[in-house]
Design a protein around this ligand. Structure first.
Ligand code: PLP
Length: 414
């Protein structure tokens, strides 16, 4: 289509008074409905766990109940003794660990990080809440590129190898937000073997999408903690996860996987803040997932049945409208919650503006960069999980139209 035809097509979308939103990665109501039986999975007849813990009372420990630890350790690829359960959010657990690290350091470090003007390596494009969290705690953020095989480890090593104020690497190892990339064996190995200047340099792996596969045979993902142990660096790795996109977002369970040594260290620290996390929630999850056909993997397969058609539509529309033409490139993730699109020309801001004016909300420009600024004005994050399939279809057709229109406008004016 030429510019005039695109303007007409865009106007037709605008005339429809659409109200579409592919801004944030939230589950759909159909996804939530799969977990509805969890709401009644604990009642007055089931207040004792298998190990005889009364979920109404304090005793039970800061690590979480055994049954839930045995269940969720599988989600992030650690052993049952290598997981600590939190409350409803992994971000909250991350913020507790980062805050205490600033005050007291981490296991193996004798003093708090705050005095060192600490720096945190973050992958870009990445997750806006990671950036906000560590920045608001006072870390200086240093961007390293996210590649198809994980964080650019040459860059990580160059930055952390000589600077002891670089305290950690914060990234998403499986189906990264927003690119959908999965770390390779070589990347994982590099991460747990290189020599950082800070003896307490920590790999903070936010494995939010560890089990969120879109295909039946998921790619093997390296087990970071196992690898770190094999190389004698067990304490270097902390892996976060949650059930926010397994059961209920904001009403699930957050957790962290780490070495036995780190468990001993962090459980003492976290015990100063709370006698223990919500056991009723943990027990409900265990009882619900025991009954679910196929357990946790069965539930994730049912989620994929709802999500995959939406991701397929994203690819279909983008291929049909923009394929083999010079407008954009995009990822085709095998799991997770996002597709990352890069426009060929620096027009992301204009695309977002055109889409908004025609009734489609996209993720804010620059949200996937630490300072909220996309230096190239090319990145668009697509989050197709929350709307219905039909809404995703409409949203993608409109987005494709906006990308073409913004690109031709740009080319005409430059
Ligand atoms: C990479 C990543 N980590 C963490 C979260 C939020 O997790 P939680 O609800 O457990 O705090 C999200 C939500 O979008 C995410 O994309």
């Amino acid at each position: 289509m030429n510019l005039d035809e695109l303007k007409t097509s865009y106007q037709q979308f605008a005339d429809k008074n659409l109200s579409l939103n592919i801004e944030r990665g939230q589950p759909s109501n159909d996804n939530f409905d799969l977990s509805l039986p969890m709401l009644t999975a604990v009642d007055e007849t089931s207040i004792l766990t298998d190990h005889g813990i009364d979920v109404r009372n304090y005793p039970g420990g800061v690590l979480g109940i055994t049954e839930a630890r045995e269940l969720f350790c599988q989600q992030i690829g650690v052993g049952p003794d290598e997981i600590i359960l939190g409350n409803n959010s992994s971000l909250e657990l991350m913020s507790r660990i980062f805050s205490w690290a600033l005050l007291n350091g981490v296991n193996g470090g004798s003093k708090g990080w705050a005095g060192d003007k600490p720096k945190m390596l973050v992958t870009v494009p990445g997750y806006d809440r990671h950036f906000t969290l560590v920045k608001s705690l006072g870390f200086e953020l240093i961007s390293v590129p996210m590649t198809e095989s994980g964080p650019d480890m040459q860059a990580v090593e160059a930055l952390a190898g000589n600077d002891a104020s670089v305290k950690g690497l914060f990234f998403v190892p499986t189906y990264s937000n927003p690119t959908g990339d999965v770390i390779s064996d070589a990347c994982a190995e590099h991460m747990v073997t290189f020599s950082p200047a800070a003896s307490d340099f920590t790999v903070f792996a936010d494995d939010a999408y560890a089990v969120h596969h879109l295909q039946d045979t998921p790619p093997p993902v390296p087990r970071l903690l196992e690898l770190a142990k094999r190389h004698g660096n067990a304490n270097r790795v902390i892996i976060f996860g949650s059930t926010s996109k397994v059961t209920f977002a904001s009403a699930g369970i957050g957790f962290a996987g780490m070495s036995a040594d780190n468990i001993a260290f962090w459980s003492k620290v976290l015990f100063t803040q709370s006698i223990g996390p919500n056991k009723i929630e943990q027990w409900r999850h265990v009882r619900f997932l025991r009954e679910y056909p196929g357990g946790l993997p069965g539930l994730m397969k049912d989620h994929a049945k709802i999500l995959k058609p939406k991701f397929d539509v994203v690819q279909e529309v983008l291929n049909r409208e923009l394929g083999n033409r010079d407008f954009a490139t995009w990822t085709n993730p095998k799991g997770g919650y996002f597709v990352h699109l890069r426009t060929h020309e620096p027009v992301a801001s204009r695309v977002i503006e055109l889409a908004a004016d025609a009734g489609l909300t996209l993720t804010k420009l620059g949200a996937t960069f630490p300072d909220g600024k996309d230096p190239e004005n090319r990145t668009i994050r697509i989050a197709p999980t929350r709307p219905t399939l039909d809404e995703v279809k409409q949203a993608m057709a409109l987005l494709a139209c906006c990308i073409q229109l913004a690109t031709l406008e740009y080319r005409q004016n430059s």
